[in-house]
Ligand binder design. Structure first.
Ligand code: ADP
Length: 545
């Protein structure tokens, strides 16, 4: 027997309609590439998105075709999120930090028809435009007065001005209705091995993911919040925050290109931001700035940290020095991205602060909609609540079923998606990532968790960044090498760092050696690139004693 309820597709445009009707006066503040602070309401967002949707359709974009962006977090990018997906086309967010050759490869693979870019990336556009065979229009996300001119502009065919396009349309437009399984946006995984793979989200997957993400034990976003997404809108849809904005009507603050500690801090204070989200490397910059100036956060109370493991020392510093709660979260491009978020359960409220920190260092509990399990090398499910770690598999309605255009192989294994992460799950369901499978260190047949070793090093006051990688070893096959960037002006020796591990881990986990470097290579989303680091360290001889 079928239920007897209304059938209404879950569409991204519904979010915008909701925000306009119910939170029309809600604010969206942006630091723009032009340097000014721009303010608009959800009502303005809805109106301009309708104008933009008409403008994009007028460029000849058909439903299902890809419109790419190369842009910071600003209101214009937000307008594209709704205008493109809302009309049934696909928003393809390109990551400007990728190598130009890789960008070209991805845009060609996606067959992008229109490319909208912030003026920061004008030099990049000039360099790659002639290689983008499918792009018919390049839209500079600025107003007429800031448009490129002269010979350089003439060399980019189909160059258009975003604000002129919007101004040329009125806002008499009704969002079309279509199947909720229609594609809405496209992201490519960074492809540390092989070519990047496209993950094509649907309206349904995006809305379900947003519902789950807003829950109190997930990102906990409400109308009373003022949210500043530091995580870029080109990094897995800024972890859903552009959608949560319209869903909840919270105030949104977009930092534009200003991602340094000073610019961010000024915006946090001036706009009274209550929550934020980003990768650990961004928070390092912000914390260093706040600490150096003896500053405090007057309104910020929570921040989501994910994308790579958040060092426990950072969770502690945020809590003890600034009264900011870290929500440690885990996910990936293939998961839209949210999988787990670490919030405390009722039973932890009576626990000591140290016990709470131990829980908060984990990646957290699956949000409803995501199921997860760990398996041994033969694929047998492992029990929870033991020390056994294994490959982490997930499934759910916002997890990839196949890659875009089928390139990248079949991602599933018996209906589950193998994440490539190695994890443990405790008796309460808290998952903890110990490694990415390709970064695992195997010593004498036993695993050493590189994230644990990095977290300990990061707790040392002189350490700015630490990576632990496997080095070949004649007796043990592999042994850990710790690569460290010292904090500016700080000093620590190899011996002091190795002694710092005493009593914190099993003796045989202690790295064999420490190498100090000026920088650790970071990828386009701010993660340490251990494959590059391993290459740089190739040939380095560990001490034999
Ligand atoms: P890519 O795989 O291209 O680097 P993603 O952004 O999809 O891009 O990265 C997903 C991976 O990032 C996860 O599989 C995991 O290895 C890592 N990751 C994400 N969040 C965390 C976290 N909180 N702790 C540890 N690792 C994390």
């Amino acid at each position: 027997m079928l239920g007897q309820m209304m059938q209404m597709p879950l569409l991204i445009s519904n979010l915008l309609v909701h925000a306009e009707r119910h939170h029309g006066a809600g604010e969206i503040v942006s630091r723009r590439v032009e340097g000014d602070i721009h303010r608009q309401t959800y009502r303005d967002l809805a109106r301009r998105s309708r104008q933009l949707a008409k403008a994009i359709a007028a460029l000849g974009v058909q439903p299902g075709e890809r419109v790419a962006t190369l842009a910071w977090n600003t209101h214009r990018h937000m307008e594209l999120y709704y205008a493109v997906s809302g009309q049934g086309a696909v928003l393809h967010t390109l990551n400007p930090r990728l190598h130009p050759d890789q960008l070209v490869w991805i845009a060609e693979h996606a067959e992008d028809q229109v490319l909208c870019f912030d003026m920061t990336f004008w030099p990049l556009i000039q360099a790659v435009a002639s290689r983008l065979s499918t792009v018919k229009h390049f839209v500079a996300m600025t107003s007429a007065t800031h448009m490129p001119t002269g010979e350089a502009a003439a060399k980019v065919p189909g160059l258009l001005c975003f604000e002129d396009l919007v101004a040329a349309q009125d806002d008499a437009y009704s969002w079309p209705s279509f199947d909720e399984n229609t594609a809405s946006s496209l992201c490519y995984t960074s492809g540390t091995t092989g070519n990047p793979k496209g993950v094509l989200y649907s309206h349904r997957s995006t809305i379900l993911h947003a519902y789950a993400g807003a829950l109190p034990d997930a990102l906990n976003v409400s109308q009373r919040d003022c949210v500043l997404p530091v995580v870029p809108m080109f990094h897995v849809n800024a972890w859903s925050l552009p959608y949560l904005g319209c869903m909840t009507g919270c105030k949104l603050v977009f930092p534009g290109p200003g991602l340094d500690g000073k610019s961010l801090y000024e915006l946090f204070e001036a706009e009274q931001v209550t929550m934020s989200a980003g990768v650990p490397t961004v928070w390092q910059g912000l914390l260093a700035f706040v600490e150096a100036g003896g500053l405090k956060f007057s309104t910020m109370r929570r921040t989501v940290i994910g994308g790579s493991a958040c060092p426990p020392a950072m969770i502690r510093a945020f809590h003890e020095k600034y009264d900011v709660q870290v929500l440690h979260a885990w996910g990936m491009t293939e998961m839209s991205p949210l999988g787990t978020v670490c919030t405390l359960k009722n039973k932890h409220l009576a626990a000591s602060q140290e016990e709470r920190y131990a829980v908060m260092a984990k990646q957290g509990v699956a949000i409803f909609g995501v199921d997860m399990k760990i398996v041994d090398p033969e694929g047998h499910e492992l029990p929870w609540g033991t020390e056994a770690g294994g490959d982490l598999l997930v499934r759910g309605p916002w997890i990839v079923a196949s890659y875009f255009r089928g390139d990248g192989g079949d991602p599933l294994q018996d209906g589950w998606f193998p994440t490539g992460d190695v994890a443990k799950i405790d008796a309460d369901g808290y998952m903890q990532i110990t490694d990415r499978s390709k970064d695992v260190i195997k010593s004498g047949g036993e695993w050493i968790g590189s994230i644990d070793l990095e977290n300990i090093a990061m707790a040392h006051p002189a350490v700015a960044m630490a990576a632990c990688i496997a080095m070949p070893h004649p007796k043990w096959d592999e042994r850990p090498l710790l690569v460290v960037v010292r904090k500016p002006g700080a000093d620590v020796t190899r011996e002091q760092l190795l002694a710092f591990y005493d009593g914190k881990i099993a003796k045989w986990w202690t790295p064999d050696d420490v190498v100090f470097v000026d920088a650790i290579p970071l990828g386009a989303t701010g993660k340490m690139q251990k494959n590059k680091l391993r290459e740089q360290m190739r040939g380095y001889a560990l001490p034999t004693a």
